[in-house]
Design a protein around this ligand. Structure first.
Ligand SMILES: Cc1ncc(COP(=O)(O)O)c(C=O)c1O
Length: 448
C-alpha cells in the first residue's frame, strides 16, 4: 500500500510525514508536492525558483497582493511593542481602532464588530449571536438555523451544520446541531450556462424559504445564512432579485439574515462588501481572509447596532453579556495588520480598481467558451469559474489535472471537483488577467 511515510523519501530531504494537511489528498500531495517559498505582488516563488502568477489570491484572501511592506512594518512594530495582550477584561487600543476601521466600510448601521481568527470561527460566532439575540428579546425558542445546499461556512460544527457540502458533513452527520434545514442551491446549468454577471433565472428560488418557514414555523427559526456569492463550491452567482427576496422574507418573519462574506468581503465584487454591491443589508455579516490581507489569522462579525444593543443592554452593568470569545480575538499583530490593510484599500482605491478590472476579467474568462471540455463559464466582479465536463466514472480528475498543469506553467488557480475558480488579487493588471486565462486555454488543449 502506498503510505504517507513511504512517500517521505520522495520529497528531497524534507520530512513531510508530520504535517497532516488540511483539505488535501495527503498521499497524492506528498508523492508530488507543490511547495512555495516566497511571495511578492502578484507572484509566488516555488522552492525550485519558478515564478507563479497568483490567480486565486492565495485562497481568496490576499486582495492587496503579496508582501506589502506597509503591513510587514505594522506587524513588525506591533510585535516589538507588544506581542500579545488579552481582550478578556483587558484590551489594547489597536483592537478598538481596527473595529472602527472595519465598521467604516460595513453597510450603514452594521458597526459593532466581534473579532475572531478564521472564517469558521466568524460563522460560529454569528450563529451564536443570532441565537443569543433572540433569547435576549424573550424568544429563546428561536434556535433553528437555515443554511443552503452547496454553501460553505467553514468547518466548525455550526458551519458544517448550515453548510451544504455533503463530503464535509457525512462523517459528522450524527453530531451536528439539531434542527437545521437548508434552502436549495441556486445553480442550474440549463437555465444559467454562460451567464455574465447575475443570471436572470432563479430569483424565485428564494421563495423556498417560505416553504421552510411554513414547515417549521417562524417562531422556531433564528437565522438564515448564505454566501451572497457561493465561492467554494464553484462561484455560484445569485440570480437577479434572489438576495432581495431572501431579505424580504427574513424581515417579514423576524428571522435574522447572515451574509457570509469571508470571500466577498473587502473588494472582491468591486465594493467593500457584497451587501453594498447588491444593495441588500443583512443583520450579521461574517468576514475574514482579506480583512488584513491574510497576513495574520483574523476574522470578524459585523452586527447591526440593534442586535448588539439588545444583547449588551440585557444584563446588569457588571455582567458579561455574551459568553463567547477567543484568546486571540483582536490579537495585536492581527489588528495592526488589519489597520495597515484598510489603509492600503483606501489609499489605493483597490475596491474601485477591482470594479474597473471586472469587464476585462469577464471578457477574458468568457473567451474560454467553446474550448475543449468547457461546459459553463460564470463571473461577477473579480471572481469567476470555468466548469469542465467530468471524466466518465472519475469526477474531479480532469479539474485536478488542469490545476496541476496550470501550476507547472506558472499560474495558480483553484479547483473544486471539475470547476476551476479564479479570484486574482485586486492589484492585478489587465495583462496578468489575460495571462491567467491564456494559460488555462492552452492547458485545456493539453488535457485529455
Ligand atoms: C464563505 C466562507 N465561510 C467560511 C470559510 C471558512 O474560513 P476558514 O477556512 O478561515 O475557517 C470560508 C473559507 O473559504 C468561506 O469561503
Amino acid at each position: 500500500m502506498n503510505t504517507v511515510t513511504e512517500n517521505v523519501s520522495l520529497s528531497a530531504g524534507l520530512d513531510m510525514s508530520n504535517f497532516w494537511m488540511p483539505f488535501t489528498a495527503n498521499k497524492q500531495f506528498k508523492a508530488a508536492p507543490r511547495l512555495l517559498k516566497g511571495a511578492k505582488g502578484m507572484y509566488y516563488t516555488t522552492v525550485d525558483d519558478r515564478q507563479v502568477l497568483d490567480g486565486s489570491a492565495g485562497l481568496w484572501c490576499v486582495n492587496a497582493g503579496h508582501g506589502r511592506p506597509e503591513i510587514i512594518e505594522a506587524v513588525r512594530r506591533q510585535m516589538t511593542d507588544m506581542d500579545f495582550a488579552p481582550t478578556f477584561q483587558m484590551a489594547h487600543p489597536l483592537a478598538f481602532e481596527a473595529a472602527t476601521r472595519v465598521a467604516q466600510v460595513m453597510p450603514a448601521g452594521m458597526d459593532r464588530i466581534f473579532f475572531s481568527n478564521s472564517g469558521s470561527e466568524a460563522v460560529d460566532t454569528a450563529l451564536k449571536i443570532a441565537v443569543a439575540y433572540h433569547r435576549s428579546r424573550g424568544e429563546g425558542q428561536r434556535t433553528r438555523l437555515i443554511g443552503r445546499e452547496r454553501g460553505y461556512h467553514g468547518v466548525g460544527f455550526g458551519g458544517i451544520t448550515v453548510g451544504g457540502i455533503s463530503a464535509n458533513r457525512k462523517a459528522f452527520s450524527g453530531v451536528m446541531i439539531p434542527g437545521a434545514d437548508h434552502l436549495p442551491h441556486t445553480w442550474n446549468l440549463q437555465e444559467m450556462a454562460y451567464s455574465k454577471g447575475q443570471p436572470a433565472w432563479g430569483g424565485h428560488l428564494a421563495e423556498e424559504l417560505e416553504r421552510i418557514v411554513a414547515l417549521h414555523d417562524a417562531s422556531t427559526i433564528a437565522a438564515v445564512i448564505v454566501e451572497p456569492v457561493a465561492g467554494s463550491t464553484g462561484v455560484l452567482i445569485p440570480p437577479q432579485g434572489y438576495l432581495q427576496k431572501l431579505r424580504e422574507i427574513c424581515t417579514k418573519h423576524g428571522i435574522l439574515l447572515i451574509f457570509d462574506e469571508v470571500i466577498t468581503g473587502f473588494g472582491r465584487l468591486g465594493k467593500a462588501t457584497a451587501a453594498e454591491f447588491f444593495g441588500v443589508t443583512p443583520d450579521l455579516l461574517t468576514m475574514a481572509k482579506a480583512i488584513n490581507n491574510a497576513s495574520i489569522p483574523m476574522s470578524a462579525v459585523a452586527a447591526k447596532r440593534e442586535i448588539h444593543d439588545t444583547i449588551v443592554n440585557a444584563g446588569a452593568a457588571n455582567a458579561i453579556e455574551l459568553f463567547h470569545g477567543y484568546t486571540y480575538s483582536a490579537h495585536p499583530t492581527a489588528a495592526a495588520a488589519c489597520i495597515a490593510t484598510q489603509d492600503i484599500y483606501r489609499d489605493e482605491k483597490l475596491f474601485d480598481r477591482a470594479a474597473g478590472l471586472a469587464p476585462t476579467f469577464e471578457r477574458a474568462i468568457h473567451a474560454l467558451r467553446g474550448e475543449p471540455f468547457v461546459k459553463d463559464v460564470r463571473n461577477l466582479g473579480l471572481m469567476g469559474a470555468v466548469e469542465v465536463e467530468s471524466r466518465d466514472g472519475a469526477p474531479g480528475t480532469r479539474g485536478y489535472d488542469i490545476f496541476v498543469k496550470c501550476f507547472q506553467k506558472g499560474v495558480l488557480v483553484r479547483y473544486t471537483g471539475d470547476i476551476l475558480a479564479f479570484s486574482p488579487p485586486l492589484i492585478a493588471t489587465e495583462a496578468q488577467i489575460e495571462e491567467i486565462f491564456a494559460t488555462v486555454k492552452s492547458v485545456l488543449h493539453e488535457v485529455s
